[in-house]
Design a protein around this ligand. Structure first.
Ligand code: C5P
Length: 403
């Protein structure tokens, strides 16, 4: 796939974050894939890495200023913007995303991005709170709606010692995603411009500061659905419970812990055209979580639990009607019968039933076997990897949207 970058002219813009050091490896990998690379740096980026390092790796002088008359004399910034077949910003900081979303052109990188007509790819990296801030998410949605490809960020330990989404994707993953889009991933006309909200993973309901009620959902199915939809051109928001999975390329991820947080995040992501409720939401949560660790005392312990909001039913009952609401039903027995009951009770357009508690498939597995049901139809999916099943489910969603 990386040969799709062979002969491509890539303008790499490096912004000011600690992840700038990873951009050095990115240059090396892009060149290994056959791309010609020129680098432009913001002032901030130069606080972390030197222009000379990029120059040595790219084989071209590194551009750092709009006002460098020697550089402008050899190739003006407008020429450089025209030279590029693709523009990649890595790391893309919150500041750069904000500038781009608003069309500011007050330094070399922002000016180049405004002056180019080449496809833009963003690999964001920043503190998790900055990433989750509504301003950053709104800027990202704007850039995405203009066609920008977004890669990552990944979940993990950040430079500040906190953990969360905000790490720059690995250079190899960025190059692979860039090569994938250079290969013109088949986009689906029916999914273009469509907004899909997907929930995935378990929820954890805290009992006290150290314990919680959870379940064995891995989130793999929901992540595969989000990935498939984004690859085919949809605008995807993925609301993820506590899972250890990388963010699919081009997907906006919101991490949550409890059912109540998941409900709020899902509703904050609406309006949308399609909702896919793939999360295994806890049905009950403690009435009042203990503020201190619960001490063991008697022979038994009774927990006072109350029902969580049924997110799927609430979404299906929305007055701002979605075009399609899709639920999942994990059952150990009477699969189709129970699933059809849920389809009706929750007023869904489509339900995907899968058997759990079997050796090959279900919650923690990479594989699954599923049956999809709608008002007057049913489709069996041959058992296989969740990634293939996700693609087939997106096919069915497209069919149902057009029905
Ligand atoms: O009723 P049951 O929990 O089996 O329904 C499963 C479906 O309902 C899944 O799509 C799940 O995401 C959704 N659900 C929900 N909120 C709940 C419970 C389940 O959205 N509180």
């Amino acid at each position: 796939m990386a040969d799709k970058l062979n002969g491509q002219k890539v303008l790499l813009c490096v912004a000011g974050g600690i992840a700038a050091y990873k951009a050095l490896e990115l240059v090396r990998r892009l060149r290994e894939a056959g791309a010609e690379v020129q680098v432009a740096m913001t002032d901030g980026a130069q606080q972390f890495v030197t222009p000379l390092s990029f120059q040595a790796l790219s084989g071209h002088p590194t551009r750092t200023s709009l006002w460098d008359s020697a550089a402008e004399a050899s190739m003006g910034h407008i020429e450089l913007a025209r030279w590029a077949d693709r523009v990649l910003i890595a790391p893309a900081t919150a500041g750069v995303l904000a500038k781009l979303a608003h069309g500011l052109a007050d330094d070399l990188v922002s000016t180049l991005c405004l002056a180019t007509t080449a496809p833009l790819t963003l690999a964001p990296a920043m503190n998790q709170r900055m990433w989750q801030h509504p301003a950053t998410q709104a800027n990202l949605a704007t850039l995405r709606s203009r066609g920008a490809q977004v890669i990552g960020p990944e979940e993990g330990l950040l430079a500040e010692g906190e953990s969360g989404p905000g790490r720059l994707s690995e250079p190899a993953a960025i190059v692979a995603a860039l090569a994938g889009s250079a290969a013109a991933a088949p986009t689906d006309a029916a999914l273009q411009g469509l907004k899909i909200v997907v929930s995935a993973g378990p929820t954890f309901e805290d009992l006290d500061p150290v314990r919680y009620l959870g379940n064995r959902s891995s989130g793999k199915m929901g992540f595969a659905v989000a990935d498939s939809a984004a690859r085919r051109g949809a605008n995807v928001v993925l609301v993820a419970g506590p899972v250890h999975l990388p963010t699919p390329a081009g997907v906006t991820r919101v991490d949550v812990r409890s059912a109540a947080q998941m409900r709020d995040a899902v509703f904050a992501a609406l309006p949308a055209d399609v909702y896919v409720g793939a999360a295994a939401v806890a049905d009950y949560t403690p009435r009042v979580p203990a503020t201190r660790k619960i001490k063991k005392s008697g022979e038994s312990l009774a927990l006072d639990l109350v029902r969580t909001p049924d997110i799927l039913s609430e979404v299906a009952a929305q007055t701002q009607a979605l075009k399609l609401v899709v639920g999942f039903a994990a059952e150990t027995e009477n699969l189709v019968e129970y699933a059809r009951g849920k389809l009706m009770a929750k007023r869904l357009d489509l339900i995907v039933a899968n058997r759990v508690g079997v050796a090959d498939g279900g919650f923690e597995s990479d594989r699954n076997a599923m049956t999809a049901l709608w008002k007057d139809g049913q489709r069996e999916f041959v058992a296989g990897p969740k990634t293939r099943l996700a693609d087939e489910l997106i096919d069915l969603i497209v069919e149902r949207l057009q029905a």
